[in-house]
Each structure stands twice: as C-alpha cells, then as structure tokens.
Design a protein around this ligand. Structure first.
Ligand SMILES: [Zn+2]
Ligand SMILES: [Zn+2]
Length: 224
C-alpha cells in the first residue's frame, strides 16, 4: 500500500495557509495552486498533499494517503527485527560469550541463524529511531518537509529578522532587510508597526492540534 497508493495529488485545499511557513502560491511545474502543506516532488513530477518526503526505499511519496502505511511499515519492521532476533537467538541456543564460536565453528544452519541475528540487531535501532522520530513529528504537528521550514523561521527570529504585523484580517509575518521589509515569499512590502518576534511563544503552529488529534488525522486522512 505504501508503495502503490497515490499519496494524494489532487490540489484541494484541506488546510488553511498559516502565513508563516505556507502562503498562497502556484506550483511552477504543475501551474496549479499549491495547497498549504503540499510540495512538488521533483522525482515523481507531481504536487503531493501533506508531503512528508520522497522515500527511495518505497519509490513513492510519503504524504496525505500514504503516511499511515509508511508508519505501519516502520512499525512492522521494528516488530519483524525484534521477533527475528529473538527467534535466531533461540535457534542458536548459545550464550553471549559463546556466540561467535557457535556461529563460526558449527553447521551452516547456525551460520545462517547467526548472520540473520546480526542483521536484525543492527537494523532494529535504525528503524526504531526512525519510527521514534516520526512519533515526535506527529507530537509536534509537523511533517519532515516542514521541519526545514521551521528551522528557517527559527534562524530568522534568532537573528532578530522576523516581525509580526497585525492587520484587520489577522496577522502576517515579514522579514527585515536593509531597505525595509519583505514578505516570507520575498515581495517588498510597506508595513506599519511591525513587532519583533522573539521566540516560539510569539508564533503558532496552526497545524498542531495535539498528539491524539494529529495521530487520528494521519491515520484517517480526509478524502480529497
Ligand atoms: Zn516523489
Ligand atoms: Zn507541482
């Protein structure tokens, strides 16, 4: 499912633009409106909703419809490697001290069990860390793609370059430069009474609705 399903390329706006990491824009390749939280994948040549990343192992995008299968895939790998390691260890019926001796100085069945045991033990932390990272992203209400965008926002406010402008229709954010202010998209603008953004407390991630809601949203994606 993670490999074969369409990750969600219909350009329906399901998330509002937060005017921080997403502002309304058009995809230069598809020539269609880029919905908030979407990104054009240059490998697959399409815009993908809730784009997380292009996965080379799955040869598909992890996005709106495929994220839940990607998570299940990681979870199944953690389970498979744990189960495999236990099974091979039991098949070897050895002790940690005698492990190398049992594997190298005995029959081919033990050699295979030993090799599989090592494979499981080496790959388990990799997939477990990867899964933990994604659980953290769900907790934070971000995608892998958005972490880079938030890193840029952090760079801006740490260098006292990001300002908030309150308007009748809510607030928007601008970047200070030598000649004045530009929008986050790079357009020069005139603003009145910009307020310096000091920390995360002055910003809000509108896509973060709490861990449980974020998880439910990922597991039961809305129809596009
Ligand atoms: Zn792709
Ligand atoms: Zn596109």
């Amino acid at each position: 499912m993670a490999v074969l399903l369409d990750p969600g390329s219909k350009p329906t706006c399901i998330y509002p633009f937060d005017e921080i990491i997403y502002t309304p824009s058009t995809c230069r390749t598809c020539k269609t409106l880029k919905p908030a939280r979407s990104k054009h994948c240059s490998v697959c040549n399409r815009c993908v909703q809730l784009f997380d990343h292009h996965c080379v192992w799955l040869n598909n995008d992890v996005g709106h419809y495929t994220y839940r299968y990607f998570l299940t895939f990681l979870l199944s790998k953690v389970w498979t490697f744990t189960y495999g390691a236990i099974l091979c260890w039991k098949a070897l019926s050895t002790t940690p001290r005698m492990f190398w001796h049992t594997v190298t100085k005995s029959n081919s069945a033990n050699k295979i069990s030993g090799a599989l045991f090592l494979l499981c033990i080496l790959l388990l932390p990799l997939v477990a860390i990867f899964l933990a990272e994604h659980v953290r992203y769900i907790y934070l209400g971000v995608t892998t793609n958005e972490t880079a965008k938030w890193d840029y926002i952090r760079y801006l406010f740490e260098n006292r370059l990001l300002y908030r402008v309150d308007t009748e229709n809510g607030c928007r954010y601008v970047i200070a430069n030598e000649t004045g202010y530009t929008t986050l998209g790079g357009t020069q603008v005139d603003v009145c009474e910009p307020k310096l953004v000091h920390s995360w407390n002055d910003l809000q991630n509108i896509y973060d609705k709490g861990f449980n809601s974020n998880l439910v949203e990922r597991i039961f994606p809305k129809a596009l």
